[in-house]
Design a protein around this ligand. Sequence first.
Ligand code: KG4
Ligand code: ZN
Length: 337
Amino acid sequence: MSIKILAIESSCDDTGAAVIINGKIHSNIVATQSVHEEYGGVVPELASRAHQQHIIPVVQKALKTAKTELKELNAIAFTKGPGLIGALLVGATFGKTLALSLDIPIIGVHHMKAHILAHFIEEPKPKFPFICLTVSGGHTQLVLVKDYLDFEILGTTIDDAAGEAFDKTAKLIGLPYPGGPMLDKLAKEGNPDAFQFARPRVPDLNYSFSGLKTSVLYFLNKQEEGFIEQNINDICASIQQAIIDALMLKLKKAAKEYKVKEIAIAGGVSANSGLRARLQMEGELNGWRTYIPRFEYCTDNAAMIAITAHFQYLAEDFDDQSSMPKARWPFQDYEQS
Ligand code: KG4
Ligand code: ZN
């Protein structure tokens, strides 16, 4: 029998739907919300409304692209958390209702776990155990992945996430939200050693990024008018390097401590070209095999929810209709869903 699952992602500001058939992605549709740009950040209420508007057309397109009819589906998966509660509720309510009408099971998926399992959408796939640096707008984690559904958190950020570090510093230099991708683009033409920003000092395998934002702010306050415009590329390259240095320092420490040479990155920030290049370079230096998902599987997407749901389906890890989305959902609690 074939396993056909429709997966929905609505944790933040992208509405996504994907169809997976026997572990292979047949469609992956995303509607990005532009409504937040003028506010300089995601406005939760507006995100929920935009999900309401997009969800049916996105699901219809995903089914059509995959040439799949509703009655053929074996399960409906949705992002159960973590994320914005109002945004999650749209996907969860839609998914549960559709599953109820089709009389098929539902699968609630952990968004951060899905970012990691995006590595199993296509070749090359990492071998267990591997270490995954998961870097997004809301999370920064070093995770030891022992099996598809077996994870151990080795380290995490004690304040801002790496994506926030990109977005907040980008805002300081006047870039529109979300600043990460634009900062990346401008950094390509800049000198990463032009300016020195604070490198965090935190124990163990943890991260901290709030000091970087302060360091950039103090630095900019000392400059003359017009400095940012004249040095934008160098500033971006220097900020990016500070973030990448911090990320790599703990990743190398974790790889050494746990004697793991299979190294992956995941999450929205893994779309960063500087981080991708640096991981490849460190891989060659340290004898790692490195894994970086294709760009469309790095930022929020439903294909990653679908592949995770596929493994949960095989493990018979279903939710019941009373299950609620979770705005906060610690990784450790995942197994007790
Ligand atoms: O995983 P994601 O799409 O959403 C969350 O789950 O948070 O990550 C979004 C984050 C944002 O902070 C965005 O600025 C950052 O990923 N990002 C980037 C790049 N592309 C996305 N940061 C740096 N360079 C990029 N190219
Ligand atoms: Zn994400």
